[in-house]
Write a protein that binds this ligand. Structure first.
Ligand code: OAD
Length: 268
């Protein structure tokens, strides 16, 4: 039996039940976005991300920080969903139509899952279409506040990158920052990361499917641990997927393997 066929059979067995998909940068690779640690030439990891993408570096040198961020994530809002995002939205419909529950947890800050039509979505690392104030305790900062993308003007900073031209919070005048999780921060820091919803769902899931992730940060470890404790099927779709005990790998690109999977489910 080929691996996609086996995964389709397990999804059939899991429904009705709770199916969780956890996506990473690889799901957006075919949309033209670089991964963090992948083999693509633009992979962000080459650029000392664990030092720079931190709250402490932001405080230390906000001008260098914003220059790095804008260069690294330039164009992230301009790309389109690919066949993998669309197939995940179809997978959600298939699960729900069979009386199951579906939750997609993404580590990506792009908008491609929502644009492809996924409804039950947790953006556990934040989102690129909002900002927030960097001063804790401000109404527009953690743990609840954020600022719409269109309310922030980076024009002056792009023309002349200086501390004075970094956009400021309209409430308190402190510096604006991305609405995204940094390396020295926690999942529970902002309600929009919906970490309690993630934990609740991990506690009831019947199958977990990872797509395009290298299992390098906390959320994937938590999902793996929860899956191991529940003894549930654990799958990964990744051309370079790791073959660790307990993870079954569909060794292929998400944009081909996922449509193939959903075609088979819909035909069954
Ligand atoms: P990585 O860049 O670490 O891993 C991307 C994975 O996608 C790799 O395993 C690739 O083999 C795989 N891949 C590449 N092309 C693919 C394709 N077409 N189809 C399927 N898989 C493909 O990205 P993440 O695991 O998402 O966190 O990284 C996790 C987090 O690390 C990021 O969210 C970011 C970073 O620190 C924050 O910024 C908070």
């Amino acid at each position: 039996m080929d691996s996609v066929h086996e995964l389709a059979a397990l999804l059939n067995d899991s429904c009705p039940g709770t199916v969780v998909a956890v996506t990473g940068a690889g799901v957006s690779a075919a949309s033209g976005l670089p991964t963090f640690r992948g083999s693509d030439p633009d992979a962000i990891w080459n650029r000392e991300i664990t030092t720079i993408a931190t709250r402490s570096y932001f405080r230390h040198d906000p001008v260098a920080w914003w220059r790095w961020f804008i260069k690294t994530f330039d164009g992230i809002l301009d790309v389109n969903p690919n066949a993998a995002h669309i197939a995940l939205a179809r997978l959600e419909s298939w699960v729900v139509n069979r009386g199951g529950r579906f939750l997609l947890i993404t580590q990506n800050v792009d908008l491609l899952h929502e644009r492809a039509g996924t409804k039950e979505l947790v953006k556990v690392h934040g989102t690129a279409d909002r900002f927030r104030c960097s001063r804790d305790g401000c109404e527009l900062a953690s743990p609840r506040g954020s600022i719409p993308f269109d309310d922030v003007d980076f024009g002056p900073f792009l023309a002349e990158p200086r501390r004075e031209t970094i956009p400021k919070c309209s409430e308190c005048g402190d510096l604006v920052r991305p609405h995204a999780l940094l390396f020295d921060e926690y999942y529970g820091e902002h309600v929009d990361y919906e970490f309690s919803r993630v934990e609740e769902t991990f506690a009831e899931m019947a199958l977990v499917l990872f797509v395009g992730t290298s299992f390098s940060v906390g959320i994937t470890e938590m999902a793996l641990r929860a899956a191991a404790l529940r003894g549930i099927p654990t799958w990964s779709i990744d051309p370079n997927g790791r073959d660790d005990a307990g993870i079954h790998v569909v060794r292929g690109a998400a944009e081909t393997a996922l449509p193939d999977l959903v075609d088979r489910l819909e035909a069954s």
